[in-house]
Design a binder for this molecule. Structure first.
Ligand code: CO
Length: 211
């Protein structure tokens, strides 16, 4: 039978009681503020909960999730999250995490129209087109997997194109961007790319902070 909302509320009470029995000041301490070291940008997919798959506790990850883990510079929601995480919370790592069996990437590879989300997924369609020479010879399964990887790498690079990240690097901040792939079939994370301030940002995207 499908899970009912009351069960979720009940589970929450059990969870809170468990936390309190282990540490009577757990919630009082938590309410004092957060200082996470990681910003996590992941897919909305219900099977990829950031804290669970990384064994993280409340307070450790600042999280933004959207369909297909995209970094789109006109997405004011995500840009606000990134700015707050980098500028105020001073996170040291930004993780872009994609995953196998991603419905968003699959939809972007299909000729079918799914309505408004087509516009969001256009970013992946553009990416597939840009990499068509590499993708076209592959089997459908290999092509999907590779596009998921290319999407993670592209979004990690997109982060370096933002003035938020560039300003942090310009100020000498230690900030590393990681592109990871979560393999649904194994439960394991694979490291695809790590980018630090030595990364050669293409001139077209480079800001000059001395101006
Ligand atoms: Co997904």
């Amino acid at each position: 039978m499908a899970k009912q909302p009351e069960e979720i509320i009940r589970s929450n009470r059990d969870w809170a009681a468990e936390k309190l029995s282990a540490n009577p000041s757990y919630f009082r301490d938590m309410a004092r503020g957060q200082s996470p070291q990681f910003l996590w940008i992941g897919c909305s997919d219900s099977r990829v909960p950031a804290e669970d798959i990384t064994g993280s506790s409340p307070g450790e990850l600042f999280v933004a999730r959207n369909v297909a883990n995209l970094v789109v510079h006109t997405d004011m929601n995500l840009m606000s999250v990134i700015e707050y995480a980098v500028t105020q919370l001073k996170v040291q790592h930004i993780v872009v995490c994609g995953h196998t069996d991603c419905g968003g990437v699959r939809a972007a590879m299909s000729p079918k129209s799914y309505g408004m989300i087509d516009k969001w997924l256009r970013n992946i369609r553009d990416l597939a087109y840009a990499h068509r020479a590499e993708l076209e010879p592959l089997s459908p399964e290999a092509r999907e997997r590779r596009l998921i990887e290319l999407n993670v790498i592209e979004q990690a690079r997109n982060l370096t194109h933002s003035c938020i990240v560039q300003r942090a690097w310009n100020r000498g901040r230690d900030l590393t961007i990681h592109g990871w792939l979560y393999e649904m079939e194994t439960g394991l994370l694979r490291d695809l790319i790590a980018i630090d301030k030595a990364f050669p940002i293409p001139e077209a995207y480079r800001y000059d902070f001395s101006a």
